[in-house]
Write a protein that binds this ligand. Structure first.
Ligand code: GLN
Length: 491
């Protein structure tokens, strides 16, 4: 068996029939990672992964009669990539930053524990924009990640290592985190499925915080079915995260499997007029409109909807995100957390010490700390953070109104396909606009997904963005699977 675009179901069938063992598969991925030039991993956990794989391989025969125990351990022997913003006990966890270049956490993120308890193998820690701030993965202190098929392009960010690794077959699936689009954008650029569940669905315990009211862990996979399965395994309340939800976790794997093209009949699909603006690449627009047409032909009802506050989304997001980031990152000061460089020890004052330590953040992170500190400072809090919260409420109401008429909302994920390395890195405002379609769902805490639907004339992937009401992952997965089937993906 080769690992070329194998889904979890295909891998499990191959284990069952004895074509390959978890250990052989893990070795295959590790050698593919070694040979790869994508810079997708910051740390490869060879020994840890091989040990996990060895145990699972032995137990497959001795304990499970050679058949994958699918219901007890639905990720049995599946090698995964973990974004380097999620802690793993004893494993270097940098969040893409030099500041955490020596941070070995003493605990593991709940999401990772749940995956490993379900039989998953962690291959390593994926490269990412520093502290998940970015849209292209060019903000990593460990160098940019290269797009899986076009070496002059970015993979999208901030979960760029995860996106490239899944698409380039360096792992079976990966974890990303999404604050304003960081799962969905790289999924779209790399041609894979990316899902951001409802805010609170998956515990954030062990996720190094960027903007706590927006951050959410989610899967990046080769199929909607795989995304459904990973999401199902990771979801649920966690006493270690007070924002995690006890909303019922459904059998989303079954939802994905049961969905057929015919399931489109009666599905009400909302198309927001504000998302089809000037400036969208013509090929992206055509691809999304083409898929909307296919949905209609398959029996879906296409309903124009309006989300009137969309125009404020990016501006509002960049007040909320930078404010929360400046607060969250204050602990990374060389005293509580963070590398303390030798020159800092020579500092003559506390202020000088802080200056020397915090000089080691990258330019984008510094920009955000400065902006966030300003926005939260006394006298400005009401004008910025509080005001942003009010606009956020309006955006949420927009969605609530739209969802009175429709089951899901669709749009492009991004106005463009993967852009060139260096093309936008000098212009932060231009870069920020890459997330114009993904930010509103984040601001409203809604579940959303990116599903590949087409390629442009250069062979670069185009993703469709689907958004569902809060805690309606079942509808999201169903709609995502229909779109996947209609585009001829993951059989
Ligand atoms: N690109 C957005 C930002 O830079 C979103 C990042 C994310 O979702 N982590 O903030």
């Amino acid at each position: 068996m080769t690992t070329a675009m194998n889904t979890i179901r295909e891998i499990h069938d191959a284990f069952d029939s004895g074509k390959i063992t978890p250990l052989e598969l893990t070795k295959q991925y590790l050698s593919q990672i070694k040979a790869s030039k994508h810079n997708a991993f910051i740390t490869v956990c060879d020994d840890r992964a091989l040990k996990q794989a060895e145990t699972l391989t032995t137990e497959l025969k001795s304990k499970h009669g050679g058949k994958v125990p699918r219901s007890a351990m639905p990720l049995y022997g599946i090698p995964l990539g973990i974004k380097d913003v999620l802690t793993m006990d004893g494993v270097l966890t940098t969040a893409g930053s030099k500041m955490l270049g020596n941070y070995i956490p003493p605990y593991t993120a709940t999401a990772v524990i749940k995956l490993e308890n379900a039989g998953a193998i962690s291959l390593g820690k994926m490269n990412m924009d520093e502290f998940a701030m970015g849209s292209s993965n060019e903000n990593s202190a460990y160098g940019p990640v290269i797009h899986p098929t076009h070496s002059d392009r970015v993979p999208g960010g901030s979960s760029g290592g995860s996106g490239t690794a899944v698409a380039a077959n360096l792992c079976a699936a990966a974890l990303g985190t999404d604050t304003g689009g960081s799962i969905r954008l790289p999924a779209s650029f790399c041609g894979i499925v990316g899902m951001k569940p409802t805010y609170g669905r998956i515990s954030r315990y062990g996720q190094i915080a960027f903007a706590s009211s927006l951050d959410q862990i989610g899967p990046m996979t080769k199929s909607v079915e795989d995304a459904a399965l990973l999401c199902q395994v990771m979801s649920g309340i966690d006493e270690k995260d007070s924002t995690s939800s006890d909303a019922k976790v459904e059998n989303w794997l079954q939802t994905a499997r049961d969905t057929k093209i015919e399931s489109a009949k009666g599905l009400r699909v909302g198309v927001p007029k504000e998302y089809f603006i000037d400036g969208i690449d013509a090929e992206v627009k055509n691809a999304i409109e083409g898929m909307i047409q296919k949905l209609k032909t398959a029996g879906a009802e296409i309903v124009p909807v309006t989300l009137p506050h969309t125009e404020y989304a990016v501006a509002t997001y960049y007040v909320v995100a930078v404010s929360e980031a400046s607060s969250n990152l204050s602990r990374i000061d060389g005293v509580r957390f963070g590398v303390r460089p030798p020159e800092a020890m020579q500092a003559g004052s506390l202020a000088e010490f802080y200056k020397k330590v915090r000089a080691n953040f990258g330019a984008e992170v510094k920009r955000r700390i400065i902006l966030g500190t300003f926005a939260l400072s006394s006298g400005y809090y009401d004008a910025y953070y509080r005001k942003a919260g009010q606009v956020r409420r309006l955006m949420r109401t927009d969605f609530e109104n739209a969802f009175k008429q429709v089951d899901v909302i669709v749009s492009p994920v991004c106005p463009t396909t993967a852009f060139k390395l260096g093309e936008k890195s000098k212009d932060p405002l231009k870069m920020y606009l890459s997330d114009i379609f993904t930010i509103p769902a984040s601001m409203a805490g809604l579940p959303a997904m990116s599903v590949p639907v087409a390629k442009d004339h250069q062979g670069l992937s185009i993703g469709m963005h689907l958004i569902a009401p809060r805690f309606h992952e079942t509808e999201l997965i169903k709609a995502g699977r229909i779109v996947e089937l209609l585009s001829g993906g993951a059989t």
